[in-house]
Write a protein of this length. Structure first.
Length: 290
């Protein structure tokens, strides 16, 4: 495994700056975000990555597939729009030769990420929302296969179930992936989201070659008021990384290890210092003792 910088860790860097930073720090891969790729331009982003000799360890993100659970025409329109946007994301991932397209599947229909519950017009049917995800994957997985892209289902910590992902465990994501060829649909192991799960080691072993991405950052305690920003640099929180990394290795994963951190203080820091710390902590905290 080799280290990759997920672009959101140094959020203020453009694609060009992130690519240059990876080269400067001796990294071989970068994880890109669609917003940043759109700002840089897809063709230019492809050119920058290829000329630098980098791999794209992931493109983030596709998903948000659950709005189709809203009733009537609103739900049908939302489902069609989600499929259209995800096909565009698959096309972008194909152009970038990304190892996978990360899929954050969406929360309860009508509940918007980070916002208060609306007075009406949302659904509490979590099982139905998961059903919408399965329906969307049935549409998207064959298209991804045609384009040579692997969809990587990312389970999120249960605190994000209402608004971001109705898949909360690695086991749930893995079970959903099994309806499709492994070259089309896999799973993400993100330490922030799965460290607490008593079945995580069993499900990592069960996932095997379906592991499409391994992402690391720490889980801070206490969480900040904005729980989306509760990710920390490895070693600054409660996660024991080495056993998880060893399990991922034992499962046969040989891809890149992305450091993906959402943290206001880290975003405000000098990105070059962040990457230098990231490299040191990867060696000291994440990799198994050799």
């Amino acid at each position: 495994m080799t280290l990759s910088l997920n672009q959101w860790t140094t959020r203020r860097w453009s694609v060009a700056e992130a690519v240059d930073g990876c080269v400067r720090h001796g990294l071989e891969a970068v994880g890109l975000w669609r917003e940043k790729v759109a700002e840089q331009g897809l063709a230019e982003s492809v050119k920058l990555v290829r000329e630098a000799g980098l791999r794209v360890s992931s493109l983030c993100r596709g998903g948000f597939l659950t709005a189709g659970g809203l009733p009537g025409e609103e739900g049908r329109r939302a489902f069609a729009q989600a499929l259209e946007d995800n096909r565009r994301a698959i096309d972008e991932a194909a152009e970038l030769s990304a190892a996978c397209l990360v899929m954050v599947v969406g929360g309860l229909p009508g509940v918007k990420p980070g916002e208060a519950l609306p007075a009406s017009g949302f659904s509490r049917d979590v099982a139905g929302a998961r059903g919408r995800v399965a329906e969307a994957l049935a549409e998207l997985a064959p298209y991804a296969g045609e384009r040579g892209v692997k969809l990587a289902l990312e389970p999120l910590h249960p605190i994000y179930c209402p608004d971001r992902a109705v898949l909360s465990t690695l086991g749930q994501a893995l079970d959903l992936s099994l309806d499709h060829p492994e070259e089309q649909v896999g799973v993400v192991v993100d330490t922030f989201h799965v460290w607490w799960d008593p079945r995580v080691f069993e499900d990592i072993a069960r996932a095997g070659r379906r592991i499409a991405s391994y992402q690391v950052c720490d889980y801070l305690h206490p969480l900040p008021q904005d729980i989306l920003l509760g990710r920390g640099m490895m070693g600054d929180g409660v996660i024991d990384f080495r056993p998880i990394t060893q399990a991922v290795l034992d499962a046969g994963y040989a891809g890149d290890v992305e450091v993906e951190i959402f943290n206001a203080d880290i975003w405000a820091a000098d990105p070059d210092e962040v990457v230098a710390t990231m490299k040191a902590r990867y060696e000291d905290v994440v990799l198994p003792v050799r």
